[in-house]
Design a protein around this ligand. Sequence first.
Ligand SMILES: [Zn+2]
Length: 85
Amino acid sequence: MINKITTKEEKLIRKGICPDCKKKGFLAGPEGGGSQNFRCANPECGSKFNDMDLFGIERINSPSPSHQPNLMRIVRDYFRKIHAK
Ligand SMILES: [Zn+2]
């Protein structure tokens, strides 16, 4: 089950901020087919999203297959501008 997110939510995510709990940081999950799954790093939140690059970001409601998150990988991208120095 995948739902579109709002533009406002996407802007927050692009800043590395979870639109649900408003905390910073995401954990990267499986990627493939030009998309990258990631979820909120806050264990009490854990909201999941799918970054489809050109097609934007969608929210994932169903549990994703078990995986080992690639720690901070996607966050590195999102935070590159903010923490450029
Ligand atoms: Zn969150």
